[in-house]
Design a protein. Sequence first.
Length: 50
Amino acid sequence: MIEIQISMVLLSRVLKYNLNRRANIIIGAIGIAFVISTDTKDMDDIFLQL
């Protein structure tokens, strides 16, 4: 999951504006859903699970 977010750094330099904007919105939504869906036991797990 983290590789997708890391690859967005490269893709933001390569893609055209409209495609980059849509990709960032989609990947951002997937990243947020992933963080919400994982089971966190305490506060430090929220920051260290990525």
